[in-house]
Write a protein that binds this ligand. Structure first.
Ligand code: SF4
Length: 380
């Protein structure tokens, strides 16, 4: 079987179905990654969202015994919003990071990968494959790097010379021995902009991320936001992207190649106060198709409260008082109490003191005490 010709036909087909980049690599073990993941784990830098064991994440043949090659794909996503919404005093808006705009990329990439699988299955008897996007065991970034989609930046993203870091990645393990493509060389050189710009020091060194300190990761947790990071998010309610925005390879990059990824301005920059009392049903209807809804509404509501505190949005005080007094979720009550203190209105402080009399949760009470400390500071 002339696999070279098949490869060329597949590349041509990938363009037809709107895949922006395609590359090929072997199914050999990702040895360097294996060593790096072991170190990450030992240092406590992993996010906890990873799937599978380190062996499964780095040895494709464990995932598919007949594996011979891996096909990597990339789809570019937009970075600018048409008909953007302004966030102004009295009508503050939150922000979803660009990587979560539009229809959930897992769905869109899976459709493209399925088409490639069908194309190959129709041409190769005994074809076997296993596809994954983000939530699979393999590291999309390690595969894309070795398949020549882009180089691995110091910000840990795959940087494509054409699309920068603004791409979604996916891959198919196959039993076809496609000729591998060449990886690109390092492109960062002496630049350290992403490391310098990270507000939490989560990029501990070039290409090494401590996920536990990464704001993008922390926007997705369900507990309290660590005190020291509460005011660093600005108005981001899902994800964070400073290490991408400052990268020179992203300058001017804004591709609108896929209708599915077009951002709806009212969804990717939602009114913060509207999120505070959104019902489960409305949340699902509005945000259910976005990648940023995968952890449910609670982390987004917690982050919306923090964003209102960041803006010191006095018009939200009454709603925050209601949340602090009535919300059944301690993290929301506690975060609202802290936010009321940060905003610093007198009736907010009075409400914290009143609510404290009836609060039974010790963590919420601690947050109320933290909120009241802002009053003491303002009196000094
Ligand atoms: Fe590399 Fe500079 Fe981009 Fe960081 S900001 S990924 S160091 S080019």
């Amino acid at each position: 079987m002339a696999y070279q010709q098949l490869k060329e036909e597949l590349i041509a087909y990938s363009k037809e179905i709107g895949i922006d980049q395609i590359g090929f690599t072997s199914a050999d073990t990702f040895s360097e990654l294996k060593a790096r993941l072991e170190e990450q784990q030992a240092l406590g830098y992993a996010s906890g969202f990873e799937k599978g064991t380190i062996a499964e994440r780095t040895e494709p043949k464990r995932l598919m015994p007949g594996a011979e090659s891996i096909i990597a794909i990339a789809l570019a996503y937009p970075t600018k919003i048409k008909n953007d919404r302004k966030s102004v005093k009295g009508d503050r808006r939150g922000m979803f990071a660009r990587a979560s705009w539009g229809t959930d990329y897992h769905i869109v990439l899976k459709e493209k990968l399925d088409k490639l699988v069908t194309f190959l299955a129709e041409r190769v008897p005994g074809f076997e494959s296993r596809s994954m996007v983000d939530t699979g065991e393999l590291s999309d970034r390690a595969v894309a790097e070795r398949a020549g989609i882009g180089f691995s930046g110091k910000n840990t993203f795959i940087i494509s010379p054409e699309y920068g870091t603004y791409t979604y990645l996916g891959e198919i393990i196959t039993n076809i021995p496609f000729t591998p493509d060449e990886p690109l060389g390092d492109g960062c050189g002496t630049c350290t902009k992403c490391i310098d710009a990270c507000p939490t020091g989560a990029l501990v060194e070039a290409g090494r991320l401590n996920a536990q300190q990464c704001l993008a990761f922390l926007t997705q947790t369900k507990g309290y936001m660590p005190d020291e990071h509460r005011d660093k998010l600005g108005n981001f309610i899902y994800g964070y992207e400073t290490c991408q925005v400052v990268c020179p390879y992203n300058r001017g990059v804004d591709f609108h190649n896929h209708e599915e990824f077009e951002p709806d301005p009212d969804l990717v920059k939602p009114r913060l106060v509207d999120l505070l009392d959104i019902s489960n049903r409305e949340f699902k209807e509005k945000f259910g198709k976005m990648a940023g809804s995968w952890r449910g509404k609670k982390p987004l509501q917690r982050n919306a409260i923090l964003a209102l505190a960041h803006y010191k949005e006095t018009s939200a005080v009454d709603q925050l008082i209601a949340l602090m007094k009535e919300d059944p979720r301690p993290v929301i009550r506690g975060t609202a109490a802290w936010a009321l203190g940060k905003i610093g209105e007198d009736h907010g402080f009075r409400a914290i003191k009143e609510a404290m009399q009836n609060e039974a949760d010790t963590e919420v009470i601690k947050e109320m005490e933290k909120g009241l400390q802002f009053e003491q500071k303002s009196e000094v």
